[in-house]
Design a protein around this ligand. Structure first.
Ligand code: NDP
Ligand code: 8X3
Length: 257
C-alpha cells in the first residue's frame, strides 16, 4: 500500500451510501477530503465527525453535478490549498424508476442521464486538465454491474452506466502516456439509499430489493476504492466488478427467507 498522505481527494455524492463510506475509508490515510453533494448539511455532519475522529482536514461544498455552470464555478472557486485535486471519485449518481422503456418517465430518464453521464463528464472535464498539467492524478469512476448487463426495465439506468464504462475506457485511452490513472469500480447490489431514490421514496419497495439476501455494504465498495487509490504509480486497477457472494448476475440473486 502506497501512502497518499496530504493528497487532495474529491468525492462527489459524499452525503450518502458509497460516497460517504469512501470519505470514512480515506479519512484515516492522512488525505485532505473534499466532500461534495447537494445536501450540504449532511456533508457538514460527516465532516465534523471525520475531523473529530481522525483529525482529517475537510472542505465541504454544495454541488449539483447536473449544473455545468455550478460545477465549473464551484471547482474553480476552491481555496488554493484545495484546488490541486489528486484523486477524484466520481460517485454521484442515481437511478429513477424501473419501468418498461416504452412506458418510462422522460423526466426520470433526463435526471439519470444528466447526473450519471453529463454530471460525471462536467466534473471530469473541469478537473482532469489540472491533473495532466501537474502530471499527477487518479480518476475513480463508480460504474455498476448495470453497465455490463442490461436487465428488464433497467433500460436507461443501464444505458447510463454502460456510458460510464465507455467513458472510463475512453478517458484512459486519452490519458495514455501521462501518469494519470483511471479506474472503474463497478458494484452489484449494495444496500444504500439507492433503491429509495429509484422508487421515489417508496421505502417498502426499496427494502424488498435487499430482502432475504446478503447485499454488499457501502464500506465494501469503499475498501475497493481505497485499494485502487493506494497502488504504486505504475499499477492501474483498470476495472473491477464487485458483487455480493449471493449475486452472480444483474438479476441472479440468491434469496433465502
Ligand atoms: P445513494 O443514494 O446512497 O447515494 C447517492 C449519492 O449521489 C448521494 O450522496 C447524492 O447526494 C449524490 N447525488 C445524486 N444526485 C446528485 C447530483 N445531481 N449532484 C451531486 N450529487 C448527487 O446511492 P449509492 O451510494 O448506492 O450510489 C452511489 C453510486 O453508486 C451511484 O453512482 C450509483 O449509481 C452507484 N451504484 C450503486 C449501487 C447500489 O446497489 N447501491 C450498485 C452499483 C452502482 P445528494 O442527494 O445530497 O446530492
Ligand atoms: C446498481 C445496481 O443492479 O440495481 O447500479 O442496477 S443495479
Amino acid at each position: 500500500m502506497v501512502s497518499i498522505q496530504n493528497q487532495v481527494v474529491l468525492i462527489t455524492g459524499a452525503s450518502s451510501g458509497i460516497g460517504a463510506a469512501c470519505a470514512q475509508a480515506f479519512a484515516p490515510l492522512g488525505v485532505k477530503l473534499l466532500l461534495a453533494a447537494r445536501r450540504l448539511s449532511r456533508l457538514q455532519t460527516l465532516a465534523t465527525q471525520l475531523e473529530a475522529e481522525f483529525g482529517v482536514h475537510t472542505h465541504t461544498f454544495q454541488l449539483d453535478v447536473r449544473d455545468r455552470t455550478q460545477v465549473e464555478s464551484q471547482l474553480q472557486a476552491l481555496p488554493p490549498e484545495w484546488s490541486a485535486i489528486d484523486i477524484l471519485v466520481n460517485n454521484a449518481g442515481l437511478s429513477r424508476g424501473l419501468d418498461k422503456l416504452y412506458e418510462g418517465s422522460i423526466q426520470d430518464w433526463e435526471e439519470m442521464i444528466d447526473t450519471n453521464i453529463k454530471g460525471l463528464l462536467y466534473v471530469t472535464r473541469t478537473i482532469v486538465p489540472g491533473m495532466v498539467q501537474r502530471q499527477q492524478g487518479h480518476v475513480i469512476n463508480i460504474g455498476s454491474i448495470a453497465g455490463h448487463q442490461t436487465y428488464p426495465k433497467g433500460n436507461v439506468y443501464c444505458g447510463s452506466k454502460a456510458a460510464v464504462r465507455a467513458i472510463s475506457e475512453g478517458l484512459k485511452q486519452d490519458l495514455l502516456g501521462t501518469p494519470v490513472r483511471v479506474s472503474a469500480v463497478d458494484p452489484g447490489l449494495v444496500e444504500t439509499e439507492f433503491s429509495d431514490v429509484r422508487f421515489h421514496g417508496d421505502t417498502e419497495r426499496a427494502k424488498a430489493v435487499y430482502a432475504d439476501t446478503v447485499p454488499l455494504t457501502p464500506e465494501d465498495i469503499a475498501d475497493v476504492v481505497v485499494f485502487c487509490a493506494t497502488r504504486p504509480p505504475h499499477v492501474n486497477i483498470s476495472e473491477l466488478l464487485v458483487l455480493p457472494t449471493a449475486q452472480s448476475g444483474a438479476t441472479l440473486v440468491h434469496r433465502q427467507p
